[in-house]
Every structure is written in C-alpha cells, then in structure tokens.
Design a protein around this ligand. Structure first.
Ligand code: ASP
Length: 359
C-alpha cells in the first residue's frame, strides 16, 4: 500500500490505532508498552463455582506443562459433570421445552485459535468438543445437530443430561410462565414476573482463564445458558469476544451472567483491549461493566432493563488475567465482598472478592 492509499484508508475507516506491522511506520498516537510476562508459576481464575476447576487447571499447567487452554478445559470438566451445578453440563437447567442445550467455547493464546459449540445436546463435556473444533478443524463455531454429530464422530458418548431435579424445576417454571417471558431480561435480582418472585430465573456458567509460567494464556467458558431459554438461543458463552477471549500479547478474559449484554458489548474482547490500552485487569473489567450499563440505559427505551437509579437489573461478571500474571474479577452489582471468584496460584486455592461496578 502506498503512503497516500494508506492515508485514505485510515481516513475512510477512522482507524487511529498503531498498525506498524501492516503499514510500516506508525502515524498514530503512542500506545502504552505491551505488558511483559511476570514471574510466577501460573495462575488460573474462574467463576466462584470453580474452586476445583482452578486447582486442576493450575496443577496441570505446573506439573504436566499442559497448555493453558487445555488445562482450563480439563478444569471445567468437573463442573460439567456435576449434577448439583444446575448452570453447566449434566444437571443444567433445560430450555423451555425441557431439553438441555449446552454452549461452550475455548481460545488458545499462542496460536490465536478458538473453537466453540452452541446448542449442543446429549454431550456432557461441550468444552472438550470446542477444543476439538479448535484443534481438528478450520472452523470456529459448530451448532446444534452438527456439533452433536461432530462430537459423536470423535468418540463422545451421548447421554441424557436432564436430571430429575432439573426436570422438576422446569415443570414448576412451566406451570407459572407468562406471555411476556421472552421479552423481559430476568436477572438474578429482579424477576420480571411477580409470580416468580420467590424463584428468580437462575443464571450460571463457568468461565476459566489461565496463564502459565512463561506468560502464555488460554481460556474457556461452558454453560447450559439461560434457563428455560427459547430452543436454539445462543448466549455469549460460545461466542469468541463475548463470553471469552484472549490475546497472547495482552491477556485473557471471560464473562458469566446475562449473555445478551456480554454479546452486545463484545465484553471479553473489550476487557482484553482495555488491558492493551494500559488498564489493570480490575480496571478493564469495571470499564466493560460501565459500558454495559450505558448500553443498557439506551436499550431501556424498548426493554425496561434498569432499576430506577440507573443500575442494570441483571447480573454480569467479568474475569481477566493480564500477561504479567495480575488478575481480577468485577461484578455489576452487589455489596462489597458479596461476589467472589476462584483463584489458584502458588499461594494455593481460594475465593477472592470481585470488584463491584455499582455497590
Ligand atoms: N452467560 C450465560 C448465558 O447467557 C449465562 C450465565 O452466565 O449465567 O447463556
């Protein structure tokens, strides 16, 4: 590209970030230096339901030299198989027809590659299927029947993922459902339908981000998604940039909570890009949540999404690790100390407090 064409291109696209490698010398504003790898023996973080997950992921990186993305995927497998976690895998709450449909994605920092499956049925470990999509195909997303068949072709067993407990909760929901159910964003704090006030519609997911001792990153997210969703609804969890994202130069991030908000904000990618711009992991997560809150205010013109005081009525949490090994999580709202996330590093396995965007 000649210099003139390049200038025209930048003017036309409004591009302002430095793109030295593609276009030669940069004319854009100076960017903060990229974070460099820190001195640590690896860190894994996840949503609060992942204490066992982060322990496994950290050990696999440390003891077996497993790449971070695969360590995260092996870590979330325990939650996918746990019938008592009703937001992920086996035992997850079903869609409105009583069918468990799972979403998952994973991303590998060193190769900048990703894989995902959405609305997959009868397969307990969708994150492992996503890993195969990443490693064995040139595609990123497989959905529904195609994803299920791909899993079977690669040796996964089919099994009934609907437990009796999940079926009973679904039947109870079905008996009470109302017509506006598809419109209102039922959050974890304000059920739209007063009839469901004693049983807010549960959300849940597990995200795990990991970094190894040389600063390579990887991540995965896996979920049964919004309970009682419309069949075929895809949340943020299987979408690269929304439910998880990583860039080996910068770090890794992921989301749990209202998937539609993570999709509309491109939340996980935005968190990584904020870290590129110089934010700490906590600042990056809080930045995304504030952005989501602004967007929710606009959306409230057609969908009554806000509390009176302007705080979104849905739960959303971001998790991030920067290249140097620093990490954080932040939640949309809650009392300080009320929201936790799981961490494993050389100091052990523990829950830590999430920062809160609107305390
Ligand atoms: N993000 C998931 C979804 O929207 C649900 C959750 O994390 O609670 O499907």
């Amino acid at each position: 590209m000649t210099d003139l064409t390049r200038r025209k291109f930048l003017q036309a696209t409004g591009a302002s970030i430095a793109t030295t490698s593609l276009f030669g010398a940069s004319t854009a504003q100076p960017q903060p230096p990229l974070p460099s790898a820190g001195k640590h023996d690896g860190v894994a973080i996840s949503s609060a339901n992942g204490l066992e997950t982060v322990k496994i992921a950290h050990q696999l990186m440390l003891n077996e030299g497993m790449r971070p993305v695969s360590a995260a995927i092996r870590g979330v497998a325990v939650v996918e198989a746990d019938p008592n976690d009703m937001s992920v895998g086996y035992g997850g709450l079903p869609n409105e027809l009583g069918v468990v449909q799972l979403d998952s994605s994973c991303m590998d920092g060193p190769t900048h590659n990703a894989g995902s499956v959405a609305c997959i049925e009868d397969i307990m470990h969708p994150a492992q299927v996503a890993e195969l999509v990443m490693d064995r195909t040139d595609h990123i997303n497989l959905v529904g029947k195609g994803a299920r068949q791909f899993a079977i072709d690669h040796g996964f067993k089919t099994e009934n993922l609907l437990t009796d407990r999940a079926r009973e909760i679904w039947l109870k929901w079905r008996a009470k459902r109302t017509d506006d159910d598809r419109l209102w964003p039922l959050g974890d704090t304000v059920p739209a339908d007063p009839a469901l006030a004693d049983e807010p519609r549960p959300w849940g997911t597990i995200h795990c981000s990991a970094i190894n001792s040389v600063g390579d990153v990887g991540c995965c997210t896996t979920t049964s998604g919004l309970s009682f969703k419309i069949p075929g609804r895809i949340g943020d969890s299987p979408l690269v940039g929304a439910g998880m994202y990583c860039d080996n130069e910068i770090g890794t991030a992921g989301a749990t909570g209202r998937g539609e908000a993570a999709i509309l904000s491109g939340g996980s990618m935005l968190a990584v890009e904020r870290m590129r711009a110089g934010d700490s992991p906590e600042q990056a997560c809080l930045y995304v949540l504030k952005r989501v809150a602004q967007q929710a205010q606009r959306a409230s013109k057609w969908q009554p999404m806000l509390y009176k005081d302007g705080v979104p009525n849905f739960g959303l949490t971001f998790y991030a690790i920067r290249k140097d090994g620093t990490y954080a999580s932040a939640s949309m709202h809650g009392k300080p100390g009320s929201r936790k996330f799981a961490v494993a590093d050389k100091n052990g396995v523990r829950l830590e407090d999430c920062a809160i965007a609107f305390a």
